[in-house]
Design a protein around this ligand. Structure first.
Ligand code: GPW
Length: 829
């Protein structure tokens, strides 16, 4: 039928300009066209936000062209695709990223300036898409950028939450949460696909029936909702490839409760139908804590079911034999959140495609790969059996069957070692029976990835030791990375220009290994001058933001010392605050002469606490209480300032990171699976003060011990230190600062008591006391280095120069080659 339509297609092409043009006049015309016809404002009167909307729509048009071409190209080539399943994508803003990847930023900036608008000002009008919590979610976003840039045939699948991560507002130093109803202002980056919908079923019962003489299971669901596709094109850089991120929204199903419409209350029935939408309404804000909530389980299955139906539909368009499925499909599980996909694919193969268990299981074992992001057993997701059995009765059966077969096999291999069998079983026995989603994922995936070398080591020796002993070949790791497009090109244009100038090419934006070339100029005086200027420009931008936000004026000569990330006990923001109190206390006790030697600091802390995480919320309050005291102490002046940056998100990060001199990564060794914030700071020539944890260890290998301020116990020492517990002597300095909090130096002593109790005596699980002296020494070393401007600048250049390994381009290439077995599929220009 393609042949028939070819003539028609040629005629249509004749009517169109083949592609939209990017000369200044065409762009201006397009923007004005969208002002008038899309935004529906008069061309003679529109404000910055409306200009942003029109601009976004002109960009979107160009994006769609490439997206269509890519999808058609993929369809024609029919390569093996990777389907990236993730419950969270933290995209932030899109405009700048998209025009840069399309290679038309400057053209748009020129066109806008001729219309009297500033591109940067309009770009700031865009709100963040915060469909995720933290590191895990931003990693998905970076990886999508790399998948597109490296021409991989990939599709991202996730949920289109109506409420993204809560907005953090600070009232009297306390965190309050406000809903993020982000779609209120429209979203030009998505394409609503009203015809791409799938029914998703819940509840009900399973019966045995006979079909063509064969016994089979039939699930009679009790509820049905519709999943509607919203497509978000993700452009690659330096390629025409633009891949799809498909997010599902829940809508009432047409087939749903038809009867109730006849029974009386029509209005109530309609209102009830509308409840279906609640499935995709809100992102759960507690990263890494699982509370066995039904709505969360519904979300997981909803997005998995729609995605799996979509994947089967695409496969069946061109293939008949399911044995070919593993040659065309790789399913990547981003943590255990989408792991119901295993049971769902199995269910479809068995109950809908009527494959034998043997054939279906063979397919499962070839298509799934699993990446875990946690180090702690408590971080592993469990689902109460009762909950799962009620919501998804057929899936529970399948999981039991998988487990039965697994345990039988296992007995043959390891004998009747009941302890081990109990640990490895998918079903956790106990007062409440649970399904261990991690065990399910490990058993059914061909590959289990960690996110850094240390993490992988911990997985093999601790978390998944039993499984590693059984299947060592399954275990790999891919050290995380971040995209330099977002974290240098978009967020730090001055540094970007500087790097391109000194390397003599922009090729590093696609080929990050070239960054290493900066090493040749690490001591070049001219580069030093320019490098310092860039940092200064970014510090000014950050200082202005701080002043606008809090009224606090900060000195540009001070070291900007930043710790921004989700608030968690293991990330030890408290250690940072204790260090600040110590510094304050020291300065207070100095005479005039000594004070002259103090390196002035602006300490910046930012991050959200999960709404129900009390300790984390107390840390935020403590930070404000300490800031209040220090910042209002005239005796201290510019020697020390403490700022809490509220509502830390992707766009705030884009401004904070380039402006940082020093960044802190303080997790107790062995607790941060990888850490990715550190990579963004490193790329921006910011020095790291860090523990030997997660990916930091690998960063030190790249840039050398001398260029990082390392401190604290090593991962292998932590267990022993904890055992010592009460016999451990904590330094006087530590006891003194904790005492200051207890004694009410910063007020609220009753409120802070439980915080102090958490870190004193036997309960100092995260070893703040044990690491304190080492921390202070690292801080002193940082001060010393900062005073020597030349040395600091050299370290800064070497940090950026050595950051190439931490590009998500490298991570994704490793996944493609060693886990997914996919090839690039480049769309011709
Ligand atoms: F608990 N991470 C995260 F392991 O941001 F699942 N949210 C989470 O819920 C979890 C992990 C989970 C982070 C890790 O803490 C961080 O170390 C890592 O760099 C990041 O995921 C991406 O892998």
């Amino acid at each position: 039928d393609f042949g028939e339509r070819k003539g028609q297609a040629e005629r249509m092409l004749g009517l169109m300009d083949v592609f939209l043009k990017n000369d200044p006049i065409s762009l201006q015309k397009d923007i004005l066209h969208h002002v008038e016809y899309t935004v529906a404002r008069s061309r003679f009167s529109f404000d910055d936000f409306e200009a942003y909307q029109a601009l976004a729509h002109s960009v979107r048009d160009r994006l769609i062209e490439r997206w269509h071409d890519t999808l058609i190209h993929f369809k024609k080539e029919d390569p093996k695709r990777v389907y990236f399943l993730s419950l969270e994508f933290l995209m932030g803003r899109s405009l700048s990223n998209i025009v840069i990847n399309l290679g038309i930023r400057d053209q748009f900036a020129d066109a806008l300036s001729q219309l009297g608008f500033d591109f940067e000002v309009l770009a700031e009008q865009e709100g963040d898409a915060c469909l995720g919590n933290g590191g895990l979610a931003r990693l998905s976003a970076c990886q999508m950028d790399s998948l597109a840039t490296l021409d991989y045939p990939a599709v991202g699948y996730g949920l289109r939450y109506q409420y993204g991560l809560f907005r953090q507002v600070i009232v009297d130093g306390f965190q309050h949460e406000q809903p993020d109803y982000w779609l209120n202002f429209g979203n030009p980056w998505e394409i609503e696909r009203i015809h791409i919908t799938y029914p998703v079923k819940f509840y009900g019962t399973v019966t045995d029936e006979f079909l063509n003489g064969e016994k089979c299971k039939v699930w009679v669901p009790g509820e049905m909702v519709e999943a509607v596709a919203y497509d978000n094109p993700i452009p690659g850089y330096g390629t025409r490839n633009t891949i799809n991120l498909r997010l599902w929204a829940a809508k009432p199903s047409d087939q749903h409760d038809m009867e109730s419409f006849n029974t009386g209350d029509y209005v109530d029935a309609v209102v009830n139908r509308q409840r279906a939408e609640s499935i995709s309404s809100i992102l759960y804000p507690d990263d890494r804590s699982y509370q066995g909530k039904e709505l969360r389980l519904k979300q997981q299955y909803f997005f998995v079911s729609a995605s799996v139906q979509d994947i089967f539909r695409r496969f069946k368009d061109t293939h008949k034999k399911f044995d070919e499925f593993p040659e065309k499909v790789a399913l990547q599980l981003n943590d255990t959140h989408p792991s119901l996909a295993i049971a769902e694919v199995m269910r479809v193969l068995l109950d809908e495609e009527h494959l034998s268990w043997h054939r279906a299981w063979d397919i499962i074992c070839k298509i799934f790969s699993f990446t875990t992001h946690t180090v702690s057993p408590e971080g592993l997701e469990k689902i109460p059996v009762d909950l799962l059995g009620n919501l998804l009765p057929r899936h529970l059966q399948i999981i039991y069957d998988i487990n039965f077969n697994f345990v039988e096999e296992l007995k043959k291999m390891i004998g009747l070692d009941y302890d081990r069998l109990t640990r490895m079983s998918i079903v956790e026995e106990g007062a409440v029976k649970n399904i261990r989603m991690a065990n399910l994922s490990v058993i059914c995936s061909h590959t289990v990835n960690g996110v850094s070398r240390l993490h992988s080591e911990l997985l093999r020796t601790k978390l998944f030791k039993d499984f590693y002993d059984l299947w060592p070949h399954k275990f790999q790791y891919k050290t995380n990375g971040v995209t330099q497009r977002r974290w240098i090109v978009v967020s730090n244009p001055s540094l970007c220009a500087l790097i391109s100038k000194w390397l003599g090419t922009e090729a590093w934006i696609r080929d990050i290994d070239l960054l290493i070339g900066l090493r040749d100029y690490a001591t070049n005086a001219e580069l030093h001058q320019e490098w310092k200027m860039v940092k200064k420009v970014n510090k000014i931008r950050l200082a202005e933001y701080i002043e606008a936000m809090s009224g606090l004026k900060v000195s540009l000569d001070a070291m900007f010392d930043v710790q921004t990330k989700r608030i968690h006990e293991y990330k030890r923001q408290l250690l940072n605050i204790l260090g600040i109190i110590h510094r304050y206390d020291c300065i207070k006790n100095m005479d005039k002469n000594d004070r002259k030697k103090v390196v002035p600091r602006v300490c910046i802390i930012g991050g959200k606490a999960a709404p129900g995480y009390e300790i984390a919320k107390k840390v935020i309050k403590l930070c404000h209480a300490v800031a209040e005291k220090i910042n209002n102490d005239n005796d201290i002046g510019d020697l020390l300032k403490l700022v809490f940056i509220p509502d830390y998100n992707v766009s705030v990060a884009e401004m904070v990171i380039p402006g940082a001199d020093l960044s802190q990564h303080l997790s107790t060794a062995g607790h941060e699976a990888s850490g990715t914030g550190s990579m963004k700071f490193l790329m921006n020539g910011c020095l790291l003060l860090a523990t030997a944890d997660g990916s930091t260890i690998e960063m030190v290998e790249e840039i050398g011990q001398d260029n990082v301020f390392l401190f604290g116990a090593k991962a292998h020492e932590v267990v022993a230190l904890r055992k010592k517990g009460p016999t451990l002597k904590v330094p006087l300095q530590f006891s003194r600062v904790v005492r200051m909090i207890r004694d009410g130096h910063f007020g609220f002593e009753d409120y802070f008591k439980s915080l102090c109790d958490k870190i004193e005596g036997t309960s100092d699980y995260f070893l703040l006391g044990a690491d304190f002296m080492s921390y202070l020494e690292a801080q002193a070393a940082a001060d010393k280095a900062f005073v020597d401007e030349e040395r600091w600048t050299k370290m800064s250049i070497l940090s950026a120069a050595g950051s190439g390994r931490f590009s998500s381009d490298r991570t994704i290439q490793e996944y493609a080659e060693n886990t997914w077995d996919i090839q690039p599929c480049r769309c011709p220009f």
